[in-house]
Design a protein around this ligand. Structure first.
Ligand SMILES: Cc1cc2nc3c(=O)[nH]c(=O)nc-3n(C[C@H](O)[C@H](O)[C@H](O)COP(=O)(O)OP(=O)(O)OC[C@H]3O[C@@H](n4cnc5c(N)ncnc54)[C@H](O)[C@@H]3O)c2cc1C
Length: 444
């Protein structure tokens, strides 16, 4: 750093970790650059509501520029970080054909994770993941498109394929998706079709483990399973998905037997792996990676031998902390506080260890039905759903988005309709078309 020049902090990622770091740096005497490959901060826990027509994309994904508009010392760069040089202390980001290299004095890497198909990436062709606005809009196109195809189909068996939805993964995202597709078919789509009854929709949920929502404990897990089955969802645990194609899903049950489920719409909610930037950091610093590619950090979230580099959120491994939003928020804010404190002390000194406060986890099963685990307290049913509603409203970014989401929830949960049912051809085919073009099809 040049003497007298402001301390330069680069933040990679404007997700939960990055955003909470930016909040702490708001008033600090440092120059901040945040780089993200999308123009928005994404509230991922509500992606399933964009996919099922309850919320609009904008309500859960405000532009990062707008979020930091009152932070004059913060610059936003739209670009995909492709290289980090820990020796030269630079970050290189690509935007189209051009590359920008930015120097840093402190670096916070909050690049999160991406969908994992556990080495079987070809499955993504027919089973989109749930990690981005693109994913949610593609799924919206596929889900509402399937009902349109069912209306046009005269053969009962083929119509049944269009009306069967297969969800892979029994964590909160899989449970929420399955529950919402049932709500759609039982309530929102009533009287919309002439050739079939949407209530004949079939939803099948697969998970390789022995429990739904395993992190919520056995009691809430069992209750959730009962609630899902009461809604008519077929739950298959101890079941591995072995293949997926345009017409269905092949599975292997725990007893070794196999079966094919005919289903036109498949949703992959089974797993994530860390951003590839984790490997870049590990190779240069000697930090360990876990099997999901997450970087083992020191107690203050910094990299071994690089006190100026912090890894936070889904990309870090520390004390068995889970990959959830709360960990990302607290670790992002913590890393920023270490930087601010150091600056106040002349730029040197060890960081304090992160002390994580577990505020619990929650998920919705359907309208007015939720589960929440806060420490030893377990809540289910309507109270669990209200807890979910309050927490999600509180954490949604931006006052305008909170008001607008509340309006849409009132329409969907008290009434029957969904405001965001528009689908386009591009939603369904754009991802595959871009992939087919390779790098030439990408803007970032
Ligand atoms: C569908 C879904 C539902 C979830 N539900 C819950 C829930 O109910 N409760 C809960 O606590 N957690 C939930 N989570 C997990 C939670 O969203 C994550 O733990 C959290 O988002 C992690 O924050 P992060 O900042 O580490 O990463 P992210 O929020 O993923 O942010 C990473 C950011 O980095 C950017 N980025 C990545 N790579 C690059 C690059 N090379 N160059 C530039 N930018 C890059 C991305 O565009 C993104 O903006 C859910 C996740 C998903 C996907």
């Amino acid at each position: 750093m040049t003497v007298g020049a402001p301390h330069r902090v680069v933040v990679i990622g404007g997700g939960f970790g990055g955003l909470f770091a930016l909040r702490v740096l708001r008033r600090a005497p440092v120059e901040v650059t945040v780089i993200d490959r999308t123009n928005h901060h994404l509230f991922q826990p509500l992606l399933y509501q964009v996919a099922t027509g309850i919320l609009s994309a904008g309500e859960i994904a405000p532009p990062i520029r707008d979020v930091v508009r009152h932070q004059p010392r913060t610059t936003v760069v739209l670009g995909a970080v492709t290289a980090i040089d820990l020796t030269a202390r630079t970050v290189t980001a690509h935007q189209g054909d051009s590359a920008h290299t930015l120097p840093y004095d402190s670096l916070i890497v909050a690049a999160g994770s991406e969908t994992s198909y556990f080495g079987h990436d070809h499955l993504s062709r027919w089973a989109p993941g749930m990690k981005s606005i693109d994913d949610a809009l593609e799924l919206r196109g596929r889900i509402f498109g399937a009902f349109e195809m069912a209306e046009a189909e005269s053969d009962e068996r083929r119509r049944g394929e269009w009306l069967t939805f297969a969800v892979v993964g029994g964590g909160p995202t899989g449970v929420e998706m399955a529950g919402q597709i049932v709500e759609l078919s039982q309530r929102s789509l009533q009287r919309n079709f002439r050739n079939f009854d949407p209530r004949s929709t079939r939803v099948v949920l697969f998970d390789g483990g022995t429990s739904i929502l395993p992190t919520f404990g056995p009691r809430l897990a069992a209750k959730t399973r009962r609630d899902l089955e009461r809604l008519g969802i077929e739950v298959h645990l101890d079941t591995l998905v072995t293949d997926i194609d345009d017409r269905g899903v092949d599975v292997r049950f725990g007893d070794g037997s196999t079966r094919r489920f005919a289903a036109r719409t498949k949703i992959w909610a089974a797993g994530v792996k860390a951003s590839a930037l984790g490997r870049t950091l590990a190779e240069q610093s000697g930090a360990d990676l876990d099997r999901n590619g997450r970087v083992q950090v020191l107690p203050d979230c910094s990299l071994p031998d690089h006190p100026e580099v912090f890894v936070v959120g889904d990309l870090m491994v520390l004390d068995d902390l889970p990959g959830v939003a709360e960990v990302a928020m607290q670790s992002g804010a913590h890393a920023a506080r270490v930087i601010v404190r150091r600056q106040a002390k002349g730029g040197e000194g060890p960081g304090q260890p992160l002390r994580y406060h577990d505020l619990g986890s929650m998920a919705t099963i359907a309208r007015f039905k939720g589960v929440a685990k806060i420490g030893r307290i377990e809540i289910a049913g309507f109270v669990g759903w209200v807890a979910w509603l309050v927490v999600h409203l509180t954490f949604l970014t931006g006052f305008k988005n909170r008001v607008s989401a509340l309006g849409h929830w009132t329409v969907s949960f008290l009434g029957r309709s969904r405001s965001e049912r528009t689908i386009t051809e591009q939603q369904i085919v754009a991802r595959l078309a871009i992939e087919a073009q390779g790098d030439a099809g990408r803007t970032l």
